[in-house]
Design a protein around this ligand. Structure first.
Ligand code: MEV
Length: 443
């Protein structure tokens, strides 16, 4: 580990000075500067915009941007953009998409699109009286946010509901003002937080300065949207006859495959170790679409995991039903995603992704992201219950291993051919390269 000097005011330095400060403390500093600069965008104005997305930007960090073609959603074929570094994820989504497109595709419906946020406060006052006066308080609060909500209302959204919640059974003197919002096609974080901060001021004034209440002042602890949005939910599913799986694997009948698949999903419902991995596979797809469209994948993951634990145990997010010879596999997931605002229109690749998807509404993008989540999960469970995950995974990872060994293009071609029939591993690739580099041809 190379220890770095303490510095205050780093963010105030120009980008060049930041780079020099870092380079000066690292061996081969000049090379580091030119390497970091080599990832700058060639158009200085685009680079400046990237710099301004965040603080202390030095350069850009590339991830592959790919697409899963043949994604059929409610009868429409789409090409879905995905940003992800894990080599097998887009391949798995694309394979599943093609597989299901031939069986009627994915089906998806929006269950609800309501978001929420809370003003969390501590108060020793008379809650019954505050509840009695709440209609008056609510009117005042709503009026305070008219300037903020007017535009959203024009678009058909705004504040849907507001209630006072007694939380004192969980924490002494703790209450919430809990508010529901419709943020239309925007993710809505800034809108919700601005409203909540205004409500917090109004609530404080109503209780502490109006003379209506006596005793210790109400203390607002924080005002913030909740990333747990159980009322912003999409349900996505695939279905077919069990017998349609006849060709899924050489070693399994359709019934055996479905039996194993069902057991795999049931295991993920009862065992947290498996559930976390099962759900991670779903978020491989959901996050990749979220990133490609300039959305906040941390918010969407946090929500998904909270939802997975909604009955007190963390469980798989998918559900399976096999009945009367039919296979039905579904994913129900809250996804608070936006197609306007935030980075969606600023980031050129996010803009392109939305364009590629035909400029969907936020609910349509919820459907697309959840479809890719289910596609990735189906691909994972199918591999796990048949050939195992490593064959496909290592095949996709082969090029990474070859790149680690600085393989040339002709070596790569030979390796890809050779490993069509041999098991990929780090050692096997090293052995293969050393034998061809020593003039031996491998078959
Ligand atoms: C790997 O990124 C994802 C899987 O582990 C998901 C799963 O096990 O279901 C393959």
């Amino acid at each position: 580990m190379i220890e770095k000097k303490f510095i205050s005011g780093f963010s105030k330095l120009t980008k060049d000075l930041k780079l020099s400060f870092i380079a000066a403390q690292m061996p081969n500093g000049e090379h580091i500067i030119s390497e970091l600069k080599s990832f700058w965008h060639q158009d200085a104005s685009v680079q400046k915009m990237f710099d301004e997305f965040s603080e202390n930007t030095l350069t850009n960090y590339f991830f592959p941007y790919g697409v899963a073609p043949n994604v059929m959603i409610n009868g429409n074929i789409m090409m879905v953009p995905m940003v992800i570094e894990e080599s097998s994820v887009i391949a798995a989504a694309a394979n599943s998409a093609k597989y299901w497109a031939e069986k009627g595709g994915f089906h998806s419906e929006i269950l609800s699109t309501v978001k929420n946020g809370q003003v969390h406060f501590i108060w020793k006052g008379e809650f019954g009286r505050l509840k009695e006066l709440f209609p008056q308080l609510k009117d005042q609060l709503l009026q305070r946010t008219f300037p903020i909500t007017a535009n959203m209302q024009k678009r058909g959204g705004g504040v849907l509901d507001m209630e006072l919640i007694d939380m004192t059974s969980k924490l002494q003197d703790y209450y919430q003002l809990s508010v529901k919002f419709d943020t239309r096609d925007s993710m809505g974080a800034n809108f919700i937080n601005s409203c909540l901060e205004e409500y917090a001021s109004g609530l404080r004034a109503f209780v502490n300065d109006s003379g209506l209440f006596e005793g210790e002042p109400l203390q607002v602890i924080m005002s913030i949207l909740s990333n747990y949005t159980p009322e912003c939910t999409v349900r996505t599913w695939v279905e077919c006859d069990v017998k349609d799986f006849a060709d899924i694997d050489d070693s399994l009948t359709a019934e055996d495959f479905v039996w194993k698949f069902e057991k795999a999903v049931q295991i993920a419902r009862v065992d947290v170790h498996r559930a976390a991995t099962h759900n991670k596979g779903i978020f491989n797809g959901v996050d990749a679409v979220t990133l490609a469209t300039g959305n906040d994948f941390r918010a969407i993951e946090a929500c998904g995991h909270a939802w997975a634990a909604r009955d007190g145990q963390y469980r798989s997010l998918t559900e399976i039903k096999v009945e009367g010879g039919r296979f039905h596999y579904s994913l129900t997931l809250p996804i608070a995603i936006g197609t306007v605002g935030g980075l969606t229109s600023l980031h050129p690749m996010a803009r392109f992704s939305l364009h590629l998807l035909g400029n969907p509404s936020a609910p349509e993008l919820m459907q697309i992201a959840s479809v890719i989540g289910l596609a990735n999960n189906f691909g994972a469970i199918k591999s796990l219950t048949t050939k195992g995950i490593q064959i496909g995974h290592m095949k996709m990872h082969l090029l990474n291993i070859l790149n680690m060994f600085n393989a040339g293009e002709s070596e790569k071609l030979l390796a890809v051919e050779y490993f069509k029939h041999h098991k990929v591993s780090h050692n096997a690739v090293a052995g293969f390269l050393s034998s061809i580099r020593n003039g031996h041809v491998k078959n």
